[in-house]
Design a protein around this ligand. Structure first.
Ligand code: NAD
Ligand code: 44H
Length: 357
């Protein structure tokens, strides 16, 4: 049995990662003391409980707050640490893990991030000063959703955990973990396809007043936008990542089907969180725009998504800088178009009207 430490006992940590380690000794560490107390008291929780898959009860864990003595000891004893706390929280974990390494009396330890983001392991690079550390990234395709006032987590029926075997330096022994030789390319393709589509549904959906994600994903104006974006973007992604056309079409279709699936009761709010991060240069809106530009294409619909993301950020006061700063890497005329769209959004024009004028 391995000692597994999962940092982040949220939707992904609890509802996704733990399924791969159900026969191992798992310790959850989280900053949320109420969540930890509840995990300690209830000692188990369920995942799935949809029609698609039988409920899985997980009771294989201990749980401690991330700054506790027990947490530090668990980290010092870990064979594998998986981290899913949100990209923006990664660097805050460096001192804690370094402290655990300082008291560690064992050999090598694998540390994997399981976050949405390109090059997320870079936030943890200082850990590699300790030669026992093998640092790599894993990709989370599975949607997991917390349930009101419960430890249970709804999950898609998907057991697939690709990880960067090259950075890690060896294969993981756990079932359904998949050694990926070109993880960076797969991660980019995932963020620029799955999460790009998610941004289309989310920010256009927010503008149209939706709260339920699947309803927005089935809205005719929004599906028209996703279709038009994919038509151009898929071709450019195939060139950029040297991917077969059919493979990319299948990949994007899986994302569309998942997002339109009404059995997955996701929210616009969950998908819209951290708009400042999502407007980043390596993220789901700007990076696809830059890939389109590189291959001589342009997408009015994706520029509108950028405008809607700003609209969301302004309405929720969650932009962390003035909006023009986000778009400095785009051609001037594209930025002008975004500004023009924003004015039209402020005038409450429909998506069709905004795009047709
Ligand atoms: N939920 C999904 O469907 C899904 C799918 C794919 C990828 N992801 C990615 O997984 C990551 C986690 O997302 P999530 O949905 O599980 O979020 P979440 O908010 O449900 O869980 C994150 C957990 O991390 C904890 N945390 C935050 N900072 C911490 C710290 N410094 N130390 C310890 N714990 C800390 C929070 O208290 C929370 O319990 C994100 O990068 C997200 O993009 C999520
Ligand atoms: O988790 P975020 O905030 O990076 O993005 C929200 C959604 O796009 C994301 O969670 C997807 O649902 C997930 O990546 C599955 O494809």
């Amino acid at each position: 049995m391995s000692n597994i430490v999962l940092i982040g006992a949220g939707q992904t940590g609890r509802g996704y990662l733990n399924r791969f380690f159900k026969d191992e000794k798992v310790t959850f560490l989280d900053i949320d003391s109420e969540l930890i107390e509840r995990l300690q008291q209830e000692k188990k929780y369920n995942i799935f409980f949809g029609k698609q898959r039988e409920t899985l009860t997980l009771d294989n864990f201990k749980a401690y707050t991330v700054d506790s003595k027990q947490g530090l000891d668990a980290l010092a004893q870990a064979d594998l640490v998986m981290i899913s706390v949100g990209q923006k929280n990664l660097d805050s974990l460096v001192p804690l893990i370094q402290k655990a390494l300082a008291i560690r009396q064992k050999g090598d330890v694998d540390i994997l991030t399981a976050e949405n983001g390109v090059h997320t392991k870079n936030y943890l690079i200082p850990l590699c000063q300790d030669k026992r550390v093998h640092l790599a990234e894993a990709i989370v395709f599975c949607t997991t959703l917390k349930q009101e006032n419960s430890l249970d987590v709804f999950s898609e029926d998907l057991d697939y955990l690709p990880y960067d075997v090259v950075s890690l330096g060896h294969q993981l022994p756990y079932k359904h973990t998949v050694a990926e030789k070109n993880l960076s390319s797969l991660m980019q393709r995932k963020i620029y396809t799955y999460n790009c589509l998610s941004a289309v549904v989310t920010y256009l959906g927010y503008y149209k007043g939706y709260e339920e994600y699947a309803k927005a994903a089935n809205d005719p104006e929004i599906t028209m936008c996703t279709d038009n974006i994919l038509q151009k973007l898929n071709a450019c992604i195939c060139k950029e990542y040297e991917i077969d056309v059919d493979e990319q079409a299948k990949f994007s279709q899986m994302a569309v089907a998942k997002f339109q699936n009404k059995a997955i009761v996701d929210t616009i709010e969950r998908n819209a969180r951290d708009v400042d991060r999502k407007l980043g240069e390596n993220e789901r809106i700007l990076a696809p725009l830059c890939i389109l530009k590189k291959y001589g294409k342009q997408s009015d619909e994706l520029l509108l998504v950028a405008a809607c993301a700003v609209y969301y950020g302004q309405k929720t006061s969650t932009l962390l800088k003035s909006f023009e700063k986000y778009f400095e890497i785009l051609p001037k005329e594209w930025f002008t178009q975004i500004v023009d769209y924003l004015k039209k959004l402020d005038n409450q024009m429909t998506i069709i009207e905004v795009l047709s004028v």
